[in-house]
Design a protein. Structure first.
Length: 94
């Protein structure tokens, strides 16, 4: 399985649900995860057991160089989301 369509189809076959219903559940799950991550403070983690952990981290202000002009540009401090795959998923590939 290499894309969402194939995963939806396989999940529908496994669960007995229609592909439309599985896609509806997937869309709802994705929206709920986005809302949960949006509400995290720096250092907080959203854990999805046996799948992935999302962590919000602070990124300090940094100087970057524009490769085209050579000009130095300061990028302000901001937050970003780090996703760490759990050992359950990593062990499948090893």
């Amino acid at each position: 399985m290499s894309n969402l369509h194939e995963i939806v189809k396989a999940t529908a076959e496994t669960t007995g649900l229609s592909q439309a219903k599985v896609r509806e559940v997937y869309d709802a799950l994705t929206a709920n995860i986005q809302e949960a991550v949006k509400g995290l403070a720096a250092g907080d983690t959203l854990r999805l057991p046996n799948l992935v952990n999302f962590k919000v981290v602070d990124v300090s202000e940094r100087d970057h160089r524009n490769p085209r002009t050579g000009e130095t540009v300061t990028k302000p401090a901001h937050k970003k989301v780090k996703a760490v795959v759990t050992s359950t998923i990593r062990s499948v590939v090893a």
